[in-house]
Design a protein around this ligand. Structure first.
Ligand code: SAM
Ligand code: SF4
Length: 326
């Protein structure tokens, strides 16, 4: 078991397959000439399988594939099917643009639940946020996955002045469609020009929702990052991920592996442990994994506090979100 110095058991691994993406969400990918990692420096399918197996032998029972966009990798299907052999709950976070090509593979891999990113229901605004024109494809694929009985969660990064006025439109969508919307507070990463006054907080969201709907809290479990709510008569639900205003580090069970094989014990950790080089050199990878867990900070990577208005982004040492793997 991978247990840190605050007695948190780590059984959930998020693996980034690539830092490449076919969208350009401004809050995720730095605007300045971002260079994607060359293929040879990415973990290869057999390496991903070996590292994942080692984590599973040490207590991991849930794996999420992410990126960049995991489905732009040409060998994504191979990787998904390799990991499907492990005794884990396998899930995926995707921008949905390529899902139509992966329905059969995901069914074969017994993936039941997907997180799909969609920050607006307005096609024009989608193009502004993602710098690409793929709104209809994303919507069609969300509907396709729901029709094939996948549990679909939709991630919405809420940014003041950008899409905060659409919160109740997303909730209205859950009335007749079994879609589970998760509103995420905007987080600071390298190159995303975050400022604290763009954060639309959990309580601000609840106030906005309260103007039109009566939200009923749903009991979660201790590892949940999302505060969940239902609305009577709605087929779907909604949740709020309050990383900035009310972090949930006490119940954290997550570890991350970047596409170039570096382990991060927290989304906001500065330090990385190079598992891929150790694997390629025949060194002891488990020792590195345990060392990473042993040094995990109590909250927020030890880099800031929940008093997010005091964050100076120039003091944060981290990668951009696209190169960590969300
Ligand atoms: N490409 C896939 C997608 O968009 O779903 C997977 C990778 S993406 C980095 C994973 C998640 O991180 C997405 O839901 C995205 O909205 C979220 N994300 C990226 N940058 C963020 C930020 N600055 N604050 C909050 N969430 C962010
Ligand atoms: Fe690509 Fe996802 Fe980042 Fe958007 S959020 S740029 S889709 S990795």
């Amino acid at each position: 078991m991978l247990i840190d110095s605050y007695n948190r058991v780590h059984n959930y691994l998020r693996i980034s397959l690539t830092d490449n993406c076919n969208l350009r969400c401004f809050y995720c990918m730095p605007e300045e000439n971002y260079e994607f990692t060359p293929h040879s420096r990415l973990m290869q399918p057999d390496e991903i399988e070996s590292l994942a197996r080692l984590f599973v032998e040490n207590g991991v029972n849930k794996i999420r594939l992410t990126g960049g966009e995991p489905l732009v990798r040409k060998d994504a299907a191979d990787i998904i099917l390799r990991l499907a052999k492990l005794p884990v709950k396998l899930t995926l976070t995707t921008n949905a643009t390529r899902l139509h090509d992966f329905v059969d593979v995901l069914e074969q891999a017994k993936v039941k639940s997907l997180n799909i990113s969609l920050d607006t229901l307005d096609p024009g605004k989608f193009s502004i946020i993602t710098r690409r024109d793929s709104f209809q494809k994303v919507m069609d694929n969300i509907n396709l996955m729901i029709s094939r009985n996948f549990h679909v969660k939709v991630n919405v990064v809420v940014m003041k002045g950008m899409n905060d006025h659409e919160i109740n439109d997303f909730i209205a969508w859950t009335k007749d469609v079994p879609v589970h919307v998760r509103f995420i507070e905007f987080m600071p990463f390298e190159g995303n020009r975050w400022t604290s006054n763009q954060v639309f907080t959990w309580t601000e969201m609840l106030d906005e929702i309260g103007k039109q709907f009566h939200a009923i809290p749903i009991q979660g479990d201790k590892h949940d990052t999302a505060k969940k709510y239902a609305i009577e008569g709605h087929k779907g639900t909604f949740a709020i991920i309050s990383t900035m205003s009310s972090p949930f580090c006490a119940g954290c069970n997550r570890m991350r592996l970047t596409a170039d094989g570096k382990m991060k014990n927290c989304l906001f950790s500065e330090k990385e442990n190079d598992l891929l080089s150790a694997l390629r050199n025949g060194e002891d990878v488990l020792t590195l994994i345990k060392a990473s867990i042993a040094t995990k900070a109590k909250e927020l990577g030890g880099q800031f506090s929940k008093d997010f208005e005091k964050i100076h982004t120039e003091d944060l040492h981290n990668r951009s979100m696209i190169s960590i793997g969300g």
